[in-house]
Design a protein around this ligand. Structure first.
Ligand code: SAM
Length: 284
């Protein structure tokens, strides 16, 4: 498959009378080898035959996803890119991509997924919405088994951080509650037009059901209430940040030192805190 070149991106934007939008995170991938490699990573061992792409832009990744997957559903929010994108796909005789127009932050993608399960999400994500988007997809779009996403390095570190590390925070807990996260590729700014000021990386997220299979909706809500409260005051000891949820007594019931800080707790401990607090209050 012929990749989308830098000159093609430039002329498509010129023809549409557009310049790349910063607020939409429009840094277009112009390295065909890298785009092909991301598509290969997305395909993995071929466990999923269908792909969703958020933000196809001018098709740099889309054309390679179309080679691997039976079907690609590509959701783009910038209406000015839709025609140039369709033209680029047509020039390459790509016929298994459904291009949709909408904002991924409030678009019901599930409605467009046929079959209803066995999807991977592959994307060079718009950096300004990458974190909430990943969290929302893991929480709500159960048809997606894996995600292979390019994000800025700092976000990649947070998604995959271990307890006790500087990058470990509420986002790490939320994402790792649903999925195992791993940085699989480092990406320099030079592969994009325009070039971003930051380094990027590709993260693989594999959905698991370690917690979701045993938790009730109330327990889950309780757990994330505590996570938000504790990381909202990251530097405070848990006895203070969780004072209104039972403080010392709650922590001791879960065998956690009240002088601990949130970034040191593993998901199992957040899970214990959530279920214990839930049992003591809502269920009690
Ligand atoms: N996939 C293309 C590539 O690799 O060259 C473009 C990637 S660019 C980093 C992000 C793309 O996401 C842009 O095309 C942008 O218009 C689109 N986008 C930004 N916010 C979006 C949103 N909320 N929903 C859907 N697409 C969005």
């Amino acid at each position: 498959m012929e990749g989308v070149r830098a000159t093609e991106v430039r002329s498509a934007l010129e023809a549409a009378g557009r310049t790349p939008s910063r607020s939409l995170g429009q840094n277009f991938l112009v390295d065909a080898n890298l785009a092909a490699k991301i598509a290969r990573l997305a395909w993995g061992e071929g466990a999923q035959r269908n792909a969703i792409e958020i933000g196809p832009g001018l098709g740099s990744l889309t054309v390679f996803l179309a080679e691997y997957f039976d079907k690609v559903v590509a959701l783009e929010s910038d209406r000015f890119l839709l025609e140039p994108l369709r033209a680029i796909l047509q020039e390459r005789a790509v016929s298994n991509v459904e291009v949709l127009h909408g904002d991924a932050m409030n678009f019901d993608i599930a409605e467009h997924l046929e079959p209803e399960d066995g999807w991977i999400l592959a994307a060079n994500l718009p950096y300004n919405v990458a974190s909430p988007l990943i969290a929302t997809i893991l929480e709500n779009l159960l048809a997606v088994d894996r995600l292979v996403v390019m994000v800025q390095s700092e976000v990649g570190e947070r998604l995959s951080a271990s307890p006790g590390s500087k990058a470990y925070g509420a986002l790490s807990v939320k994402v790792q509650y649903y999925a195992d996260a791993k940085v699989v590729l480092r990406v320099p700014p030079s592969v994009f037009r325009p070039q971003p000021k930051v380094q990027s990386c590709v993260v693989e997220l594999k959905r698991h059901d370690r917690w979701t299979s045993v938790v009730s909706p109330l327990q889950q809500e309780a757990m994330f209430t505590l996570v938000r409260a504790a990381f909202g005051h990251r530097r405070q000891m848990l006895r203070r940040s969780l004072a209104s949820f039972g403080g010392d007594a709650l922590l001791e019931a879960c065998a956690i030192s009240p002088s601990e800080r949130p970034e040191r707790l593993a998901i199992q401990q957040w899970f214990n805190l959530g279920t214990t607090w839930c049992a003591r209050t809502v269920e009690g």
